[in-house]
Design a protein around this ligand. Sequence first.
Ligand code: NAP
Length: 321
Amino acid sequence: MPAQIIDGNAVADRIVAELAAEVAKLKAAGRGPLLVAVQVGENAASRVYIKNQKESCEKIGISYRLDELPATTTQADLAAHIGKLNADPRVTGVILQMPLPEGLDPRAAQRAIGFEKDIEGMHPANMGRVVYGDAAQAPCTAHGAYLLARSLELPPSHDPLPEFAKRVIAAGKTTAGLYGKNVVVVGHSEIVGKPLALLFLDSFCTVSVCHIATKNLAEMARQADILCVAVGKPGLIKAEMIKPGAAVIDIGINRVPDIGPDGKQLLNKKGKPAMKTVGDVDYEKACAVAGWITPVPGGVGPMTVAMLLKNVVEAARAARG
Ligand code: NAP
């Protein structure tokens, strides 16, 4: 049977609708969230992100402000500006637009944002909270990918469920579908692979993490009931590396030439060579083996946006008491 396609937009829409209701409550109590985006210098790509961020926020009632700093901003200037935002009680969230102009250290700038206002979940304190089982401000893509897997009605690995499983399910730590599953995460980056592995571990999954030095990737991947891939290499995961019936969460985003049936690259509306977006999994063939699979685009991407909004709301809720 072909894989069920996991509709990331539908899951994200449900989460965003709940967030809209939460924002309305916060605003009614005079405690509405304000997200401030900081942009240093000019960058065409981040203009698009900013426009999308603003639209996503305003759609659910989150106030959004863009602070534009000149390209000549020094590391100290940027830290001082972020320091002012940290100290301003009206500001509940801060997001730094990347890339920064050459010469500025993005990691140092990112860490200048107080962990309470770090809505990307990248501050060491927020990463640390994930270790302690608190995903309130977890890294967005990892949290989105995890919740997408959690939204599936996977058959339980244990039948009947042990008493301990029933207790942790009742406590909301996991689900009958996740409890005891073998999860393989391919990619060990700080913002995706590592936190994603921790989120599954905390749900009582047995987690393996693969990376560039993993010798037997195909063998490891085939052990997975839930296979998550976050590498950035199109076609890395082939159909024969997937256990029949597994859930496949493809986090990769790659731009590749769009090839027609005649083997030639198609042309776009402007008559230029067409490109398309694909993940890290050989999607068409994987659909014949997997039980569930995320499309790219339309899988993890919308969940990342939803988690960003969730973090804005969580930060506002925490800040406003
Ligand atoms: P990254 O920092 O470049 O990390 C890639 C990871 O893959 C690294 O841990 C790397 O290991 C590992 N790797 C490289 N080659 C490998 C191989 N042949 N086999 C196994 N592992 C290998 O990238 P990232 O930020 O985590 O992002 C990963 C992908 O997700 C990218 O395509 C990115 O565009 C996409 N992404 C999507 C979203 C979304 O919203 N859907 C959000 C963020 C990122 P080493 O470091 O040891 O080389």
